[in-house]
Design a protein around this ligand. Structure first.
Ligand SMILES: Cc1cc2nc3c(=O)[nH]c(=O)nc-3n(C[C@H](O)[C@H](O)[C@H](O)COP(=O)(O)O)c2cc1C
Length: 375
């Protein structure tokens, strides 16, 4: 792509954005990234988390790593939760530090449903929409393990789960977050319910697409309640493909069209969209795939998946999204906003340390110096 923006202030990504419930000083959002650093019995964030997010506080908005709404939600090692008092206190330290250095931070609320493993659940079976194995891999203390056939959630399980989301959202407010994002991407609990291959229920939470999206809409209403109907975003991945279970075919996209239209009747502060996977590493993402949802959703839109400085600026310049989120670039470039402004080269992250649990590869990525090299 030809470089069209030569000076920092001409960059659309560096313009302020008014998201109604959030004021962003720039449009460079830190995407949620699981980093598996809560390596303690209470699954509480640590001083390392405070340092990690403080280092990245120049982002227009930080969305934290996916964070468990309950013990039943757990499906990956060393991921923090927001269901206990210990966790609320520990998150307060993170939000205080991020705010002290001028940032804004939302917590992403996560439930892994059938994509968990008995190892995470004291030997109990994971629960999902129906007793159908999602054929995913769950990262356990003994490495990646194949998922099993879960048990189908009862209606009482579903009501309890929605109550867990509500409590987690109340906890987020007490922990000092600026809002919450509902994690509804990938192969996790909400997309399991949306998916007719995994949701074979015949009660009000299964059947046609309206019934399959009911869980998500009830979760959105529940998590917005502690925030007086404000400050709640939702993250969707209509193009997600995984094995023969998640297929982005015409039917799936039609279901998502209906879902996005239905969001208009619920308290949604923004839509965070994971677009199609780029065709090759470094290839320009598919703008039309994002534009489809720009036409359908009337609020702020954050786009993601494979963007860099050039493609992010071009997307915002074209009016297709209001902001762009970056995951892998924020892992390796704590000063991503400055690097974009100065047009400095980006560092590449070490994938071996993504989930290693240590400070190495987490809080030790350098900022760039005057010449673009590391300081
Ligand atoms: C190490 C890692 C952890 C991730 N964890 C999460 C997560 O907790 N929640 C989520 O919604 N997406 C998660 N993602 C997906 C990213 O938010 C993002 O959609 C993906 O990396 C593509 O964006 P990028 O091209 O800017 O990296 C993760 C991605 C990576 C690489």
């Amino acid at each position: 792509m030809t470089r069209t923006h030569t000076t920092a202030l001409e960059q659309p990504l560096l313009r302020r954005a008014d998201f109604r419930d959030f004021q962003l000083p720039n449009r460079i959002v830190m995407a949620p990234t699981t980093r598996a650093r809560a390596a303690n019995d209470g699954l509480a964030p640590t001083e390392m988390h405070a340092a990690y997010y403080a280092q990245r506080a120049s982002a227009g908005l930080i969305i934290t790593e996916g964070t468990w709404v309950s013990e039943q939600a757990i499906g990956f090692v060393n991921v923090p939760g927001i269901y206990s008092e210990e966790q609320v206190t520990a998150w307060r330290r993170v939000t205080d530090v991020v705010h002290a250095v001028g940032g804004r931070i939302l917590v992403q609320l996560w439930h892994n449903g059938a994509a968990s493993h008995p190892d995470h659940l004291r030997g109990e079976l994971p629960a999902g929409p129906s007793a159908i194995n999602p054929h995913e891999l769950s990262f356990t203390h003994d490495g990646f393990k194949n998922t099993v056939t879960p048990r189908a959630m009862t209606v009482v399980d579903i009501e309890n789960t929605i109550a867990d989301y509500h409590r987690a959202s109340e906890n987020a407010r007490r922990a000092g977050f600026d809002g919450v994002e509902v994690h509804a991407i990938g192969s996790t609990l909400v997309p399991q319910f949306l998916n007719p291959r995994l949701n074979r229920r015949s009660d009000p939470y299964g059947g046609d697409s309206a019934r399959r999206r009911r869980l998500l809409l009830e979760i959105l209403d529940a998590v917005a309640e502690p925030w007086n109907g404000r400050c709640v975003g939702v993250r969707l991945s209509p193009y997600w493909t995984a094995g023969d279970r998640f297929v982005a075919d015409d039917q799936a996209l039609a279901d998502y069209d209906e879902l996005v239209a239905a969001l208009a009747d619920h308290p949604v502060a923004y839509l965070h969209l994971r677009g199609r996977n780029p065709t090759a590493p470094g290839a320009t993402p598919d703008f039309d795939a994002i534009a489809r949802y720009r036409r359908q959703f009337d609020g702020p839109l954050i786009a993601n998946n494979g963007f860099d400085r050039e493609s992010g600026n071009a997307l915002v310049d074209a009016g297709i999204a209001d902001a762009v989120s970056f995951a892998t670039h924020f892992i390796a470039n704590p000063d991503l906003v400055s690097r974009f402004a100065l047009d400095h080269e980006l560092a590449t992250g070490d994938t071996d340390t993504y989930y290693s649990g240590t400070a190495g590869g987490y809080v030790d990525y350098p900022i760039s110096g005057a010449s673009g090299g590391v300081a």
